[in-house]
Write a protein that binds this ligand. Structure first.
Ligand code: CIR
Length: 277
C-alpha cells in the first residue's frame, strides 16, 4: 500500500486518423484530429517531462480506430500483466502490441483466452488494497473471474455500472484511500454499493461532473502526490474541487477530443511500477 501509485513507466499509443470516423462512440460530436493529437502530446509530455516517467510510445494503427485507449487492453499489478479480451470485437486486436510491450518490460503475462470472457481496463479500479471491477457493457462475470485468478493477492469485488461506458467513466483513485466519484444518481448508486462491499473504508472526493471524476493519481518519489485532472475550460466546477486539494501537485490536462469518443483521462496510458529497474 505504501507504494501505491509509485509509477515508473507508462505505455501510450498514437492516434490513428481513422479515430475521427470509426472510433466507437455514444455521441455524434466531431473529433478534431489535430487538436486530439496536440492534447495527447500534452498528456505524454506531462508524464515524461514533468513527472519523469519512462514512456513507451506504441505506434498508431489505422486498422484499429480506438487503439489510443490503451488502458482497456491490460491490467498491470505487481509483476503480472493481464492482457484483456476487450468487450468490443473491433478492439480485440489492440492487445497484440500491448502484450509485446509488456513482455519487453519483463512482466509475467496472463492472457484472457476464454472466448466467453470480456473485460476492459476502464472497468478496473485498483485501490492499492483491492480491486473493484465494473460489470458493464464491456466487462462480464467471466472476465472478472479471470482477473481475480490473475491477481490472487487482492480481494476483487464486482460493481454494477448503471450508466455510461465503464466503471471509471465516473470514478477513479484521487489519492491513497481517496476515491473520486461523480455526483450523478447512477454514479452515487454505484458508490453506495462500493461502500457496502469493499474491504476498507475510503474517503471520497465528489465531483459535480461524472467525466471529471476520471483523474490519474500517482505517488512519485521526489514529487509526492500527483494528480492529472480535468481543465477549468472543460469542467469549471469540477476543476475548482481539484484546485482545493492541498496535498497534491496538480496537472490540469485537456481531454475534450478523446471525451467525444468516450475516452477519459486515464484511458490514454497504462501506468506501471517497476521499482528497482
Ligand atoms: C470505446 O468505446 O471503446 C472507445 N471509443 C473509448 C474507450 C475509452 N476507454 C477508457 O476510458 N478506458
Amino acid at each position: 500500500m505504501a507504494s501505491f501509485g509509485n509509477f515508473t513507466h507508462a505505455i501510450v499509443r498514437g492516434i490513428p486518423a481513422s479515430l475521427v470516423q470509426e472510433a466507437l462512440r455514444s455521441s455524434l460530436c466531431q473529433v478534431d484530429l489535430v487538436k486530439a493529437q496536440h492534447q495527447l502530446q500534452l498528456h505524454i509530455g506531462t508524464l515524461k517531462d514533468e513527472l519523469g516517467l519512462q514512456v513507451v510510445e506504441l505506434p498508431a494503427d489505422e486498422s484499429l480506430p480506438d487503439c489510443v485507449f490503451v488502458e482497456d487492453c491490460a491490467v498491470v499489478c505487481g509483476d503480472t500483466a493481464l492482457i484483456t479480451r476487450p468487450g468490443a470485437p473491433s478492439r480485440r486486436k489492440e492487445t497484440k502490441a500491448m502484450k509485446s510491450a509488456l513482455q519487453e518490460l519483463n512482466f509475467k503475462i496472463v492472457e484472457m483466452k476464454d472466448d466467453t470472457a470480456t473485460l476492459d481496463g476502464g472497468d478496473v479500479l485498483f485501490t492499492g488494497r483491492e480491486f473493484f471491477v465494473g460489470l458493464s457493457k464491456r466487462t462480464n462475470h467471466r472476465g472478472i473471474e479471470i482477473l481475480a485468478g490473475a491477481f490472487k493477492d487482492y480481494p476483487v469485488s464486482t460493481l454494477p455500472v448503471f450508466e455510461g461506458l465503464h466503471l471509471k467513466s465516473f470514478c477513479s483513485m484521487a489519492g491513497p484511500d481517496l476515491i473520486a466519484f461523480g455526483s450523478s444518481e447512477p454514479a452515487q448508486k454505484t458508490l453506495k454499493i462500493l461502500q457496502q462491499t469493499g474491504d476498507h473504508h475510503y474517503k471520497t472526493l465528489i465531483l459535480p461532473d461524472d467525466a471529471a471524476a476520471n483523474c490519474v493519481f500517482m505517488n512519485l518519489s521526489g514529487k509526492g502526490q500527483v494528480l492529472l485532472h480535468c481543465t477549468p475550460e472543460e469542467y469549471p466546477n469540477s476543476a475548482k474541487v481539484f484546485e482545493r486539494l492541498t496535498d497534491h501537485l496538480l496537472f490540469p490536462v485537456p481531454n475534450s477530443e478523446m471525451s467525444k469518443v468516450d475516452g477519459g483521462l486515464s484511458c490514454c496510458s497504462v501506468l506501471i511500477s517497476k521499482t528497482g529497474s
